[in-house]
Design a protein around this ligand. Structure first.
Ligand code: ADP
Length: 385
């Protein structure tokens, strides 16, 4: 497998560039705009939206295997191409139960994995009593096309819920508000042969439902690590996927773990692996979809902290001086996505700071303490006061 087609040309595709070069793989990318981050790293391009299946038919002719950096595709239309022999990794059947958040929750529950209490609004008999059962606050989610917290609403009371539900109810999923102590995530990969590897479990910190920071490794017990690894194995084996998956989790104050969401692709919670691990999630994904043996996912340092550089204004600025200051932090690696426009909440780049190897004994407690302090330094440089 030498030519990999990628549906989607955002930063997740562009961060595959170094790995592609290292592995001697060419990337052919389907993305709508000449301004998209991965345009500059592609060997060849098909300019079209990710759900344009006739464009994907053209993409298929230019490559050996097709993968996804964006899963908002038209699966039904793509299945015609799969029947004609086009190779998708992960396979389309593995994406089918995941693209709708309600179907995803049902799939995870039916596998016996722990999930928050939930129901689809339009399928719920006795909506009122079910709402009472969940209690307020509760969480209303768009079933499709939600990302970075777009489409996730924390609902404080019945009046707010009724106001939101004046829209088409079939679009929504309702679930209990989980009073989590922390949020965790794990990146896992499965190869063509069915081998599975997992990256260190990380702590993710969200604000307004958007990921702000990731600390690797998370400060959790070995049993909790084992439980999360078992969840990843159950899920990836059941879906028979090939490639990288991101799994987001809630950790309760009682130590209980719930699965929040599955991303069938490389994920923001795995960006630290670019600088902190022997094999990054991007290289791992390419290895898996090209049928190569998987690489070593272990940390090469005591820990790492990753901070997203989120837009905070509408602007065309390149933010050179802020980026320069952040790059001067010892062991900092700044990744800038080259987007031409900044908007509040938009992911413009990220920075990973590697934590000192000499402190390996102190392990995850060290990573959380030092990592949090470094994250605050970065954010005080990045965001205007
Ligand atoms: P998206 O697909 O947009 O990332 P998520 O379902 O991951 O949406 O939700 C984004 C964030 O919203 C989560 O990381 C978490 O902080 C918060 N959140 C989502 N669901 C719940 C829930 N049931 N209880 C409490 N907080 C939640």
């Amino acid at each position: 497998m030498k030519r990999v087609g990628v549906i989607g040309g955002g930063q997740l595709a562009s961060m595959m560039a170094d790995a592609a070069q290292k592995l001697g793989v060419e990337l052919v990318i389907q993305t709508p705009s000449k301004q998209d981050p991965a345009v500059s790293i592609a060997q060849e391009l098909v300019f079209a939206p990710v759900d344009d299946t006739s464009a994907t038919e053209i993409l298929a002719k230019k490559c050996d295997v097709i993968t996804f950096e964006n899963e908002f595709v038209n699966l039904q239309a793509l299945s015609v191409l799969a029947q004609q022999g086009v190779c998708f990794r992960p396979r389309l059947e593995a994406l089918a139960p995941l693209l709708d958040k309600y179907h995803q929750r049902c799939y995870l529950r039916d596998l016996g994995l722990p999930v928050p209490k939930f129901f689809a609004v339009d399928e719920a008999e006795n909506l009122k009593s079910k709402i009472e059962y969940l209690g307020f606050p509760l969480v209303l989610k768009s079933r499709r096309h939600g990302y970075d917290g777009q489409g996730t609403f924390i609902i404080p009371d019945l009046a707010t819920l009724e106001q939101k539900l004046t829209l088409n109810q079939s679009l929504f999923l309702l679930e209990e508000f989980v009073p989590f102590e922390r949020e965790l995530a794990v990146i896992a990969a499965r190869s063509v042969e069915g081998e599975i590897i997992t990256y260190p479990v990380v702590e993710t910190q969200q604000e307004q439902q958007v990921c702000r920071r990731v600390i690797a490794p998370a400060q959790i017990t070995p049993n909790q690590v084992a439980e999360i690894q078992a969840i990843a194995h159950t899920l990836l084996n059941s879906l028979e996927v090939v490639g990288i998956f991101g799994i987001e989790l809630f950790l309760g104050a009682d130590g209980k773990i719930l699965v929040n969401e599955i991303a069938p692709r490389t994920h923001n919670s795995g960006h630290f692996s670019l600088d902190a691990c022997e094999t990054s999630q991007f290289e791992q994904h390419l290895r898996a979809v090209c049928g190569l043996p998987l690489g070593n996912p272990a940390l090469q340092c005591a820990g790492a902290v990753m901070v997203n550089l989120l837009g905070y204004e509408n602007s065309h600025s390149e933010y050179q001086s802020q980026r320069q200051k952040i790059a001067e932090i010892p062991q900092a690696h700044v990744h800038w996505y080259g987007k031409t426009e900044s908007r509040p909440g938009r992911k413009l780049g990220h920075v990973t700071v590697l934590l000192d190897n000499q402190n390996r004994e102190s392990g995850s407690a060290y990573a959380v303490g030092v990592g949090t302090a470094i994250a605050h330094t970065i954010e005080s440089i990045w965001y205007p006061r």
